[in-house]
Design a protein. Structure first.
Length: 49
């Protein structure tokens, strides 16, 4: 198992299609149910990585 880098502690990187890049508190690109689904999808992608 590869440990997470300490720079990632507290928050995993967000893909461009999910949230704005380069901001401490980025705006989500989706809302409501679509945002919930996208967050689940992004989580699965990260876990597979």
């Amino acid at each position: 198992m590869i440990p997470f880098q300490t720079t990632l502690a507290g928050s995993l990187p967000k893909p461009d299609w999910l949230a704005e890049k380069g901001k401490l508190w980025p705006e989500w690109r989706l809302g409501g149910y679509a945002l919930a689904q996208a967050k689940r999808h992004a989580t699965l992608l990260w876990l597979k990585e």
